[in-house]
Design a protein around this ligand. Structure first.
Ligand SMILES: [Zn+2]
Length: 284
């Protein structure tokens, strides 16, 4: 799991099916980290499940809204046992598992360690804790309001934000939409309408892939993007004289069209861009 975290840091957060079959822990150890076709991966030589796939668009209704942040994972269809038995074993033995959140075909956001903390036989669902802090919840099937709030915060940090980032990075082919920079560690997924505001949902049409400098400039209204995707730089900044970063990184971006995602449905929503652009105009 430490090797998986290291891989994530280097790759921009996601992992492909090929990199999971097998996954190279180091030069001596490799192991398959995903089942060929099923959601629950139970290696023959292990007592308990090693990983589970969660597909937000799949037939299994995995979600974290019903109980506020504690992730609900549906049993595999059919018997309450079968593949489910070894996931229950991970619960009984308090063994960590890897949650592979599907981003696109063959592309996953890995989360680990994740713990199975509840088994709701009535709803045919397991309850996952996405953070070790949630292991203390005494009755995960019925959390208290305080525990819910904590779990919601964990879900936002550990699942929703990284998932938003992964989807935006995929849509923009891991490039800054303003300057085309490709380095994953220098790129952020920024919201057009901020999180928590009306329309500020963590969906790709409300996102932009921006490098650190363009993200900060966008957040501080030094850089604006019009409804039809044209970059505008703050007037005072255009007049300033400084080094090459100001000249090439900001001033020369003025008037450039942003690089749009290739898929139409991923493109930034013009209404949201326009709303956001009004605040750039107002502060200039
Ligand atoms: Zn940039």
């Amino acid at each position: 799991m430490a090797a998986l975290e290291a891989h994530k840091a280097a790759s921009g957060g996601t992992i492909t099916r090929d990199e999971l079959t097998p996954f190279f822990v180091d030069e001596h150890l490799s192991l398959r980290l995903i089942d060929q076709s099923r959601g629950i991966w139970n290696p023959r030589n292990l007592q308990a499940t090693l990983s589970v796939v969660s597909d937000p668009k799949g037939v299994y209704d995995d979600r974290d809204d019903k109980v506020g942040g504690l992730f609900r994972y549906s049993y595999r269809k059919g018997s309450v046992d079968g593949d489910n038995a070894r996931l229950r074993r991970a619960f009984e033995l308090s063994l960590p598992i890897v949650l592979l959140r599907k981003i696109a075909t063959g592309l996953f956001l890995p989360l680990s360690p994740v713990y199975v903390v509840g088994d709701d036989r009535q709803a045919r669902e397991f309850v996952f804790a996405l953070d070790e802090g949630l292991l203390m919840v005494s009755d995960p099937v019925h959390p208290t309001p305080l525990q819910r709030r904590y779990a919601e915060r964990v879900a936002r940090q550990r699942l929703h934000q990284p998932e938003f980032r992964a989807r935006v990075m995929l849509a923009y082919a891991m490039q800054c939409t303003v300057c085309d920079l490709r380095h994953p560690n220098l790129l952020d997924a920024s919201h057009i309408i901020s999180d928590g505001s009306d329309g500020g949902d963590p969906v790709v049409p409300n996102g932009l892939s921006l490098c650190k400098i363009h993200h900060a400039a966008y957040d501080r209204n030094l850089l604006g993007i019009t409804g039809d995707g044209q970059v505008q730089i703050n007037g005072d900044l255009l007049e300033e004289i400084d080094g090459p970063m100001l000249q090439h990184g900001l001033q020369e971006m003025h008037g450039r069209p942003i690089r749009q995602p290739s898929k139409r449905r991923d493109r930034p929503d013009p209404d949201r861009l326009e709303r956001r652009y009004e605040s750039f105009v107002a502060s200039n």
